[in-house]
Design a protein around this ligand. Structure first.
Ligand SMILES: C[S@@+](CC[C@H](N)C(=O)[O-])C[C@H]1O[C@@H](n2cnc3c(N)ncnc32)[C@H](O)[C@@H]1O
Length: 303
């Protein structure tokens, strides 16, 4: 189980500072899903596995309300499910009746979906979580059990932020993740390396019972060289350095180091002091374009 399940993990901070996913990607998902015909059933369901605080669930309510009647979010982390459920409750009165979808959150690992769910689903989404699903092939077997025939499996992730306008800071930013003096030793492995490799090891093959498999990746170099720009999941955010610091605070490695050495705040402060020395034109309120490298994998469950 990941550090996100630790009782002192702050699901609210995660929700405040993590990037959300672009509308164009959700449209891309719908196009992919409806490229083949699906039996008309009264209930059409999306299951978001590793839903965290409901990041993709609430977005999908907004973008998918005409196509799907129900969204289920599952996550093994009680703090994440509590944050997602509180958000749902808080929104209950403000949710637009026209776009309101039946949403439920459940505590569940990706390996017990068929046990925990009593329905078959049309689409499974996995946002920024598949690197924890080990062995990955066991997750694919679970996904097959709960997906309807021709159902879509959509997996995506992002990692290693850079400041687009400051290529000279790329290595220094990476040192915050991976440097020994910062958080390098506190990522859970092999999950972190799997994500850093853009899920290359999390293979979906026809022998797993899927077809129409599509895999694409995008890097900061692509963005800076203006290539591969039709990639539908470019994850970038114009934020202040203060907000970037808030995002760093959501890293599981920051939580992990703090649980061992109780010094993550000082370590982060030291990093930003050094950042301001290296780039004196930056201050807490300066806006930078933060871009993450990203990957997505789409596949259709074979009959
Ligand atoms: C980085 S968060 C992503 C949350 C959200 N999907 C998003 O897009 O922001 C990764 C999530 O994967 C969950 N996770 C870790 N191991 C898992 C497992 N075995 N099965 C399902 N989810 C898992 C964690 O609890 C955490 O909420």
């Amino acid at each position: 189980m990941s550090q996100f399940s630790s009782s002192d993990f702050d699901g609210q901070q995660y929700d405040n500072f993590r990037p959300v996913y672009v509308e164009s990607f959700y449209k891309y998902l719908l196009d992919y899903h409806f490229k083949t015909s699906h039996e008309q059933e009264s209930e059409s369901i999306v299951l978001d596995v590793g839903c965290g605080p409901g990041t993709a669930v609430f977005q999908m309510e907004h973008f998918f309300h005409n196509q799907f009647s129900k969204i289920i979010g599952t996550d093994p982390s009680p703090p994440m499910i509590d944050t997602a459920s509180a958000k749902l409750k808080g929104k209950e009165n403000n949710r637009n009746l026209d776009t309101k979808t039946d949403i439920t959150f459940k505590t569940s690992s990706c390996m017990e979906l068929s046990e925990k769910l009593d329905v078959k689903v049309d689409m499974i989404t996995v946002a920024e979580a598949a690197h924890w699903f080990l062995p990955f092939k066991d997750f694919l077997k679970e996904a097959k059990k709960v997906l309807k025939p021709n159902g879509t499996l959509a997996i995506w992730g992002y990692i290693d932020p850079c400041f687009v306008e400051y290529p000279g800071l790329d290595d220094f930013l990476l040192s915050l993740d991976y440097g020994k003096d910062y958080f390098g030793e506190y990522w859970e492995q092999p999950g972190r390396s799997i994500l850093r490799n853009l899920l290359s090891d999390q293979k979906i093959e026809t022998s797993d019972g899927f077809h129409d498999i599509e895999v694409r990746k995008f890097t900061a170099a692509d963005y800076r060289l203006k290539q591969n720009l039709d990639f539908p999941l470019i994850i970038k955010k114009k934020i202040t350095i203060a907000q970037f610091k808030g995002y760093v605070g959501t890293w599981s490695a920051v939580n992990k180091r703090n649980s061992v050495l109780h010094d993550s705040k000082e370590v982060i402060d030291r990093f930003f002091a050094e950042l301001f020395r290296k780039a004196p034109d930056l201050g807490w309120n300066t806006e930078v374009t933060v871009l993450w490298k990203a990957v997505y994998k789409l596949a259709r469950s074979s009959v």
